[in-house]
Write a protein that binds this ligand. Structure first.
Ligand SMILES: [Zn+2]
Ligand SMILES: [Zn+2]
Length: 239
């Protein structure tokens, strides 16, 4: 039933796009999904910080103190491109995920590309998206992180693919108290393509990050399968 509905939704969105010109998400003007003046309102992050304590850190690497405090932290750091709570980014992510404006994934992927080029002298990454559980992906019709990761991989000429699968349909992390967030994710991910990531530095792409717990659980599965290093790359985060 949900598949038929999401198929119908896609046709409906397609027809809407065909007969009604697109309006800008920021200002409502007809033309592009995000117009140039509104795109300039995106609050890009210039100085990256430790994802946990907020101290300034190179490329968004976890600082020593935060790394020492958490023994199971395997993620090297999180590269954040923009603020979630300022400018039109929140709207863009929302419309991509829940209204199916898939062309927004290019705009959001571009933000990640710009940040990677600015922050890393050597970007020899393999690009891997944070997976959705298959039932959720079928309901939505796509995985937004996969679309963003594909853009990044094409634009930066980096290898990439769906190296991870989500084995359990976990509850969204934001709906859970902090204590339950870690057990919620236990063994949720596994690597289905170890050849792709073996001995490589992985750029793990997601739309938003809250605590970084999801990224770290994905990083564990990738490292267990032989990845050398794993970095998170998210479009936005509440700072
Ligand atoms: Zn606009
Ligand atoms: Zn720190």
């Amino acid at each position: 039933m949900s598949n038929i509905y999401s198929g119908f939704n896609k046709i409906y969105t397609f027809l809407l796009d065909l007969f009604f010109p697109v309006k800008c998400l920021g200002c409502g003007q007809y033309g592009e999904i995000i117009c140039l003046p509104c795109a300039k309102e995106i609050a890009k992050i210039k100085t990256l910080t430790c994802p946990d304590c907020g101290r300034i850190s190179e490329c968004g690497r976890y600082c020593k103190a935060c790394k020492n405090r958490q023994k199971d932290l395997v993620l090297s750091g999180v590269v954040v491109s923009a603020r979630y709570d300022a400018g039109p980014v929140k709207e863009m992510i929302h419309h991509l995920k829940y209204s199916g404006f898939v062309s927004l994934s290019d705009h959001l992927g571009e933000l990640i590309c710009q940040q990677i080029i600015t922050q890393f002298r050597n970007s020899d990454f393999v690009v891997v998206p944070v997976p959705l559980h298959i039932s959720r992906k079928n309901r939505r019709g796509f995985n937004q992180s996969e679309l963003i990761a594909k853009y990044v991989s094409n634009k930066l000429h980096l290898p990439g693919g769906d190296a991870l699968i989500r084995q359990r349909d976990t509850k969204p992390q934001v709906e859970l108290p902090r204590a339950k967030r870690l057990t919620n994710l236990e063994n949720a991910f596994s690597c289905q393509d170890p050849d792709l990531i073996l001995g490589r530095r992985v750029l793990l792409v997601d739309d938003v990050a809250t605590t970084g717990a999801t990224l770290n659980e994905c990083a564990k599965a990738l490292k267990d399968a032989g990845a050398r290093e794993v970095w998170g790359a998210v479009v936005a985060k509440n700072i």
